[in-house]
Ligand binder design. Structure first.
Ligand code: MF3
Ligand code: CO
Length: 255
């Protein structure tokens, strides 16, 4: 069932989304060679605390996961695509990092992710990160009244495939609202003109995931959470929570 939000609810979701943006900004500033991933989780926790927000990630326990999610951010480094758990690993020169963060404020959720490199970047990683951003931008541009879910999926997938990247199967975006994962699913590849029509008041997390080598294959690590590329190639991830409105797409997780 798709929940349509009132304009007042969209304003509340914007406030939640801004907290996510502030947390991601702080984490990005803190991330550097030698910094342990757990410190980045602490950085995000401090921003959420300061804003009076809760974490929709912490304690999240879907049926497929062996343990509740233990952190407020996901830290997915190099061949990790998504859902990496922050641990004692210290960032290395040239690492490609994806940070995913959520916030719940006033009962509403925001969900967003960024990818970036630390230290001396590999050119291939710079291109991968840029393409993740371009795929997200294309998906957002397609998130307009009159389009359908398939138009977003097609826009995202086309940018990824045109650049020669793989798209992990079984993962994608989702509706967002009072809970982090709502209907509808937002695939990262699809056919234009198909799927649910987009309406004013729908809120979607659009989140392209790109695999550098061009393969779509991945596996779940022993921690039960981290999704890694099968061939060890690097991956990038970008995400925004976006409201569909008659005035066009509104990015709720912008600063
Ligand atoms: N943006 C991620 C998703 O929608 C957030 C995952 S939170 C976690 O899957 F707790 F499941 F890690
Ligand atoms: Co998400």
């Amino acid at each position: 069932m798709v929940d349509i939000k009132s304009d007042a609810s969209l304003e509340s979701m914007r406030a939640a989304g801004r907290v996510v943006a502030q947390a991601l900004t702080a984490v990005r500033e803190a991330a550097d060679v030698g910094v342990p991933l757990r410190d980045l989780d602490e950085t995000a926790r401090a921003v959420l605390r300061e804003a009076g927000a809760d974490s929709p990630f912490l304690g999240y326990h879907p049926a497929w996961a062996p343990l509740p999610y233990p952190a407020v951010i996901c830290t997915s480094v190099n061949d990790a695509i998504v859902h990496g758990i922050p641990d004692t690993y210290r960032l290395h020169d040239g690492d490609l990092v994806s940070i995913d963060c959520g916030a719940t404020l006033g009962g509403w959720v925001g969900d967003s992710a960024i990818s970036f490199t630390v230290g001396r970047a590999r050119p291939a990683d710079v291109r991968l990160v840029e393409t993740a951003g371009a795929a997200l931008a294309a998906g957002i541009a397609a998130a307009v009244v009159g389009n359908r879910i398939g138009d977003i999926a097609h826009a995202v997938g086309r940018v990824c495939r045109a650049a020669g990247y793989g798209i992990p199967k079984g993962f994608g975006g989702h509706g967002v609202g009072r809970t982090m994962h709502e209907d509808p699913g937002v695939p990262n590849e699809g056919r234009p003109g198909r799927g649910m029509p987009l309406r004013h008041g729908m809120v979607l997390a659009i989140e392209p995931m790109l695999i550098g080598s061009g393969t779509d294959r991945h596996y779940t690590a022993h921690d039960g959470w981290t999704i890694r590329t099968l061939d060890k190639s690097r991956a990038a991830h970008a995400e925004h929570t976006v409201a569909i409105t008659t005035d066009g797409p509104r990015i709720l997780t912008a600063l």
